[in-house]
Design a protein around this ligand. Structure first.
Ligand SMILES: Cc1cc2nc3c(=O)[nH]c(=O)nc-3n(C[C@H](O)[C@H](O)[C@H](O)COP(=O)(O)OP(=O)(O)OC[C@H]3O[C@@H](n4cnc5c(N)ncnc54)[C@H](O)[C@@H]3O)c2cc1C
Length: 335
């Protein structure tokens, strides 16, 4: 009988990706609701040392597959290894990050194993009666939320974007089992030759990691509108993010986009500057601890979710905000 909640753990350059740790937190909740275990699947070349970290973050067991073929992510060897694990262990649920790796891997596995896959879930819950996994995701352009069930096939599989689920704090007292799983690879499993890995160097922090975000929407008026926002961000040691309208207008690059088709963020403080508060934007930032919105339209939807709203022109409000933060900082430095 199918059993346990499995999580595919991503690593790049032998560093664990945060999304896997976040998914362990959700898997813990699902497994507890089912009275089952959380099993992490960790693949790579020399990755076993990371297994303890996964146990501290909620895994009861870590299945480690080590092979030089798994050093870099390549679809075929990864798909082969996970297919073997799933076929042998028969999990109830498997979750993957909706990262470029997870988006490549999960659909292939769904086809090989012959089961369903719900992509980009924003909510995962166990149905109390049937014990099925309820996988909720935005549908029809984000205008409604659809809850999808996979009743007839196992495992039930879902992908979840980075930043959507919350990681559990590390608990050093947790104990778990580590199983080394052997997969026999041969040359035919490597159908791609990696000639070069070129990394996009970025000076900027990923917006999903930022504690404070200053986000600019169409209301900033143009690319030059990001200059005062950058000044404000520098004063607060914050990062800049944006609505899709700013990205689509070519004012800022897509990696800054917050929302349903951008990134999900959860900073301590989120400034929504000249952003109307469309549902697709809100989906990516509503879990921020504190939301401050500046908008000249008192009816703007963003005020419905903002903790603090300022009705006014950003061109007037932002310089005043910077001035008062600088003043506060000076006073603090003096005392
Ligand atoms: C399938 C789909 C996916 C989408 N995904 C995303 C997504 O991931 N992220 C996202 O952001 N959007 C997304 N959208 C688009 C979304 O529906 C909105 O169109 C978009 O969020 C609007 O961006 P905005 O708030 O910056 O612009 P607008 O809606 O044009 O709002 C601009 C706001 O600025 C205010 N304003 C104007 N001038 C000033 C000023 N001087 N001072 C103060 N306020 C001012 C206005 O009152 C207005 O409220 C998606 C849409 C679809 C259909």
């Amino acid at each position: 009988m199918s059993k346990d909640v499995f999580v595919f753990i991503e690593q790049r350059d032998n560093q664990l990706e945060k999304v896997g740790i976040e998914l362990l937190g959700k898997a813990r909740e699902l497994a507890d609701a089912l009275g089952q275990n959380v099993v992490a699947m960790l693949l790579g070349e020399k990755v076993k040392d990371h297994a303890e970290i996964l146990i501290k973050h909620g895994a009861d067991k870590v299945i480690v597959v080590e092979d030089e073929m798994l050093k870099e992510y390549v679809t075929e060897p990864y798909a082969k290894a996970i297919t073997q694990i799933i076929k042998e262990k028969d999990p109830e649920i498997v979750i993957y990050g909706a990262s470029s790796i997870g988006r490549d891997l999960a659909p292939r596995l769904a086809a090989r194993i012959h089961t369903g896959l719900t992509a980009d879930c924003t909510k995962l819950e166990i149905d109390e009666e049937s014990k099925n996994l309820m996988m909720t995701r935005p549908a029809f352009g984000g205008n409604l939320m659809a809850t999808i069930l996979c009743e007839d096939f196992r495992p039930q599989m879902a992908t979840v974007r980075p930043g959507v689920m919350q990681a559990l704090d590390s608990d050093g007292s947790r104990k778990g089992e580590i199983e080394e799983f052997k997969v026999e690879f041969d040359d035919s499993d490597m159908n791609v030759e990696i000639k070069e890995i070129s990394k996009q160097e970025s000076q900027k922090k990923d917006i999903t990691e930022a504690k404070i975000l200053v986000s600019g929407g169409r209301g900033i008026g143009g690319p030059e509108g990001f200059k005062p926002l950058q000044e404000l961000a520098d004063t607060l040691e914050a990062e800049i993010s944006a609505s899709r309208a700013s990205v689509d207008s070519g004012w800022i690059t897509k990696d800054h986009q917050v929302g349903q088709t951008g990134k999900t963020v959860r900073p301590e403080l989120y400034f929504a500057m000249g952003i109307s508060g469309a549902i697709q934007h809100v989906a990516g930032m509503e879990d921020s601890d504190l939301i401050i919105a500046v908008n000249k339209d008192p009816e703007a939807a963003i005020f419905e979710i903002a903790d603090l709203g300022v009705v006014g022109d950003i061109n007037a409000v932002v310089p005043k905000l910077i001035e008062s933060i600088e003043r506060e900082k000076k006073i603090k430095a003096e005392i």
